[in-house]
Design a protein around this ligand. Structure first.
Ligand code: ADP
Ligand code: MG
Length: 547
């Protein structure tokens, strides 16, 4: 890279002194031709004054404002000095005419191409004049008589050519170098700006940011990270990611997760998003982790959940009380009328039957409610799904509901074994089946289908019944929501809870007047088996036997 002008000028001064000393010294050291010179003593004084001039330049350098002009002055004086030197060392016979070329080079390098040409021009004029004057013996330097006018002319010609050629070549090189160094400087400053921008960006991020190398050692730890973790950057830089976040296992897995860290002022919940950093070839080079303090959010969430639970309990109790009050009222009415004793035998019989059926209804409400609110333990085992569905259909046919005007079609897949709780699923299927039949009082068709994917099985109950109005869609899974006179509104809420226990989902689509489809998606087994810490073999005594 090119040095700044001031530095180059300093180098010129040092080089000049060095050159002068070398020149003066060499005359004595080698004892060459010094005495052959026309003015040996003057030359010595001249060289000494050049030395002194250089010291003057050096002392002025720090005080000069316009360094460029100063450089022009120095180089012009140099050009003159070189001509004087050539004059003193014999004019056309001087061995130092090549120093003109060096001065042109120095001008082009120190200043620019233009300065090279200017100095070359000064030399051409002064040298030409001096050689002419020597030829015509205007100036007092002798030359050998063998030198003809032609020789003089040719000498001037070659020197002028060499001077301009040197100016051109050096100027070309130095301008190329200058533009390259300018570009480099620009790039360098761009790079510095970018680094500064990146650092500012990272530091001003409101989220904690941490990056690690491939071994998990922390490389970047921003200000927000310090505030969130309570760990200073300097100590974090010496730590491993698992020391800052003890809930992580190394190598860390990319993704989102929450964890708790201990700080001096208590526990903090941290929400992190981790992703791997890779090089241009896609190899993992480390991890980048963005995180926030979500302690307050979690507390609020817990509070909200608590409030929701309280509200739900309140609503449930109110619904429960309402459900119990109806049968109790008709029971009370029946008993009161019986107490009056003015009824005929038939009427008494009828009232007794009403009382008994109301008691049955109360019992059903309570046992349904219990199975909803105090669910039994889920017992997972491998079993034949289609067999359980067949049994459900039989149960439905034998139950009190009229199934004679309803056709039931089975549309089963080939695969049929899943790992789940067969008794609980039977209850789900029965609830959905009964609802479907109840939705078709005028008769219709119920299609029970299964489809098996690689990880999940889908069981669907499709009926051609009355359908569910959109405004009821949200509420059908709520406990005690019913549109039926004798319904408890607990069937779907129990089904929902059981499917959730199996880590499955239950979806419903319905078109009022056309029918409804309930769809249950259950994981086939891996999730459930893993949940209980048992292998498939442990859970499955024999391939075909039902458990
Ligand atoms: P219940 O059957 O005792 O009313 P559920 O929880 O089983 O209680 O069902 C709640 C409500 O959802 C029903 O009252 C009914 O309005 C609606 N529903 C459920 N399944 C169907 C269906 N297949 N077709 C139409 N409506 C349905
Ligand atoms: Mg029901």
């Amino acid at each position: 890279m090119l040095q700044p002008l001031l530095k180059r000028l300093k180098a010129l001064i040092v080089f000049r002194v060095f050159f002068v000393i070398l020149l003066a010294g060499s005359f004595y050291l080698f004892d060459i031709g010094f005495l052959k010179l026309p003015y040996p003593r003057v030359l010595l004084y001249f060289l000494a004054s050049l030395c002194l001039l250089s010291f003057l330049y050096a002392s002025l350098l720090s005080r000069i404002k316009n360094v460029r002009a100063f450089a022009y002055v120095q180089l012009s004086i140099d050009a003159l000095s070189v001509i004087v030197l050539i004059f003193l060392t014999g004019g056309i016979q001087s061995w130092f005419s090549s120093i003109m070329l060096i001065t042109v080079m120095a001008s082009a390098i120190i200043l620019n191409k233009k300065a090279g040409y200017i100095v070359a021009t000064i030399f051409s004029i002064l040298y030409g004049l001096m050689i002419d004057m020597q030829f015509y013996r205007v100036i007092p330097i002798t030359y050998e008589l063998t030198w003809t006018a032609k020789d003089f002319l040719y000498n001037i010609f070659t020197h002028i050519c060499a001077l301009y050629l040197t100016a051109y070549l050096t100027g070309h090189l130095s301008s190329g170098l200058e533009s390259a160094s300018q570009k480099l400087e620009e790039k360098d400053s761009d790079l510095k700006d970018l680094t500064l921008f990146n650092r500012n960006l990272i530091e001003s991020l409101p989220s904690g940011l941490l990056t690690t190398d491939g071994s998990g050692k922390i490389l970047i730890f921003n200000r927000a990270a310090e505030q969130i973790t309570g760990i200073s950057r300097t100590s974090a830089m010496r730590q491993h990611i698992t020391e800052v976040f003890p809930f992580l296992a190394f190598p860390v897995v990319a993704g989102r997760r929450d964890g708790i860290i201990r700080r001096n002022d208590g526990m903090k919940t941290i929400g992190l998003t981790i992703s791997a950093t890779t090089d241009s070839e896609g190899n993992r080079t480390g991890d980048i982790c963005v995180f926030q303090d979500i302690t307050q959010l979690k507390n609020l969430e817990a509070e909200l959940k608590h409030k929701e639970t309280l509200a739900a309990i309140g609503e449930l109790s109110a619904n429960m009380a309402h459900e119990i009050r109806n049968p109790l009222a008709s029971l009370k009415g029946s008993v009161e009328m019986l107490k009056e004793g003015i009824l005929t035998g038939d009427q008494r019989e009828k009232l007794m039957n009403i009382a008994i059926s109301e008691m049955d209804r109360l019992n059903k409400i309570i046992s349904d409610f219990l199975s909803y609110s105090r669910p039994q333990r889920t017992e997972f085992s491998w079993f034949d799904l289609h067999q359980v569905l067949d049994e459900t259909v039989e149960l439905m046919k034998n139950s009190v509901i009229r199934t004679d005007c309803v056709t039931i079609q089975k549309d089963f897949s080939d695969q049929n074994r899943i790992c789940a709780d067969p008794h609980k699923l039977r209850q789900v299927f029965l609830n959905l089946g009964i609802n479907a039949i109840e939705s078709m009082p005028e008769g219709g068709k119920l299609t029970i289908g299964t489809t098996q994917g690689s990880h999940a099985v889908t069981i669907s109950f499709k009926d051609s019944g009355v359908g569910i109005p959109p405004e009821n869609m949200r509420e059908i899974f709520y406990p005690f929501f019913t549109t039926k006179d004798t319904g408890t509104g607990l069937g779907l809420s129990i089904a929902y809870r059981i499917v959730e226990e199996h880590h499955g989902t239950i979806n419903v689509t319905s078109a009022p007047g056309q029918g409804t489809t309930f769809q249950i998606i259950l994981p086939i087994g891996a999730t459930n088996a893993a949940m209980k810490g048992k292998t498939k073999q442990e859970l499955e005594p024999s391939k075909n036997g039902r458990t």
